[in-house]
Design a protein around this ligand. Structure first.
Ligand SMILES: *Cc1c(COP(=O)(O)O)cnc(C)c1O
Length: 446
């Protein structure tokens, strides 16, 4: 496993002991320092997953004689079976060795060849073609999220977010003082969006609906029909759609991926994407915002200008990656994605089937995408477990198995498994889960 893996694994810190003087420093004037940290991001940062994972790892037991199984994480690229394509690596090497061409600053919106390449790449699937002018390069999809929320924020503004959402949406909405209104996803209907709920919670201050498709962590892929209804609902409400499609290469189920951009003649659509997940390079930090806006609504309402201004004052993706992007997008072969998806598909089958032996965890729908599986926790079958957090804490302590409690994601009494791991880890996890379940099962009344 790589050094970057966020698992303490009982390891000792590699840093050399540094002597720190613990005595308070005396100032010449005898006064105090005039600066202190700003609390503005405190609440926004508290929705992060890291805190919970740290507590779970702290709960693991040294004396169990079992390795820690980290199935609460979301980064498959630390495992040998999930490595990026040779073509992508070659593209970066070539960029690095381009005689200095990739050494300079890039414009805030990104260099033209890369924006053109993204437009060409997206246009393969779009009826309303987009131009390089409609593409803005970002530091991963994360900066796309930040930029869009920032660009749309204003007094009283609210945004519609799924009840289960990538935590950064939450954080940036809080930070930009945009009110969050959550809409429901329907687990018994393939996690479709509850469109009636959308109509009920939107009002004249609603700026956008954000959707995630394919959905992380539910693993569903919305159908053409459902997305069309989302577009029509948004149009009726006069709001734009922000579609996070960062997992669109990670598809291994029946439903094909449909880009939201194909509905741009119904409603303006801003697509957020990156190479992080599909190419297995989240550390490379490059992605894009794409405007699907044939009627220039986003231009005339000033949204495009605001995005540009925001990008002008934020850090850019490394020029080395911007330079490499056209070759990454054009040269990576289909079989690279097919191989990754086939590994994930086998892991999902393994997990989904093994859950049948753990009746307290029920998965309503086998994932078709992404690298997770979420299962509902049936507490009524368990003797002494009070919640998903309690379940995960005890599992960590008794089995050194770390799963993510759904509460962190807004799904109380659900549990998330990472399936982007080595197959042997899933097998071992279920051996431990069986033992755990047997110990905590409620004894039947006789
Ligand atoms: C991983 C992820 C992101 C962030 O993508 P980066 O390219 O790593 O910044 C955004 N949204 C969703 C749904 C994700 O899963």
């Amino acid at each position: 496993m790589s050094m970057n893996l966020f698992v303490p694994s009982f390891a000792t810190d590699q840093d050399e002991e540094v002597e720190r003087n613990m005595e308070p420093q005396t100032l010449p004037a005898g006064g105090a320092w005039r600066f202190k940290g700003n609390n503005a991001a405190k609440e926004a940062a508290s929705v992060s997953m890291k805190g919970t994972l740290t507590r779970l790892f702290d709960n693991c037991s040294h004396d169990l004689n079992k390795t820690i199984l980290p199935l609460g994480h979301g980064d498959p690229t630390i495992y040998p079976c999930f490595q990026t394509s040779v073509e992508a690596e070659d593209a970066v090497v070539e960029s690095l060795r381009s005689g200095g061409a990739a050494n300079s600053y890039a414009p805030g919106i990104g260099i033209l060849p890369a924006r053109r390449a993204v437009a060409t790449y997206l246009n393969r699937d779009l009826p309303n073609k987009i131009k390089s002018d409609d593409i803005f390069l970002t530091v991963g999809c994360c900066q796309g999220i930040e930029t869009m929320i920032h660009a749309l924020s204003g007094p009283k503004a609210n945004i519609l977010l799924p009840s289960l959402v990538y935590p950064l949406y939450h954080s940036h909405a809080i930070h930009s003082l945009v009110e969050i209104r959550k809409y429901d996803l329907l687990p018994e209907q393939d996690w479709e969006i509850d469109l009636q709920c959308i109509e009920a919670i939107a009002d004249e201050n609603t700026i956008a609906i954000a959707i995630t498709n394919p959905h992380n962590p539910c693993g569903n892929v919305y159908t053409h029909d459902h997305l069309k209804k989302v577009a029509e609902t948004a149009r009726n409400l006069g709001i734009m759609v922000i579609s996070d499609e960062v997992y669109n290469k990670t598809i291994y189920g029946e439903n094909p991926f449909v880009p939201m951009g194909i509905f741009s003649s119904i409603v303006p659509v801003v697509t957020l994407d990156s190479i992080s997940k599909g190419w297995l390079v989240p550390g490379w930090r490059i992605g894009w915002i794409a405007m699907n806006d044939p009627y220039n609504v986003l231009k005339t309402t000033g949204v495009v200008e605001s995005i540009k201004e925001h990008l002008d004052i934020s850090p850019d993706p490394s020029t080395i990656l911007q330079f490499a992007l056209p070759n990454i997008l054009e040269n990576t072969r289909k079989d690279f994605f097919e191989k990754n998806n086939s590994v994930l598909s086998q892991n999902v089958d393994l997990t989904f089937n093994a859950l049948k032996d753990i009746p307290c965890l029920v998965c309503p729908k086998k994932p078709e995408s992404c690298t997770y599986l979420v299962a509902k926790l049936d507490l009524s079958l368990l003797e002494d477990i009070t919640s998903d957090v309690d379940f995960c804490m005890k599992l960590a302590r008794e089995e050194n198995l770390v799963l993510l409690p759904g509460e962190v994601l807004g799904l109380k009494n659900w549990v998330r498994f990472s399936i982007g791991v080595e197959r042997s880890m899933i097998e071992e996890a279920f051996v431990r889960l069986k033992g755990f379940f047997a110990r905590h099962i409620k004894s039947q009344p006789t």
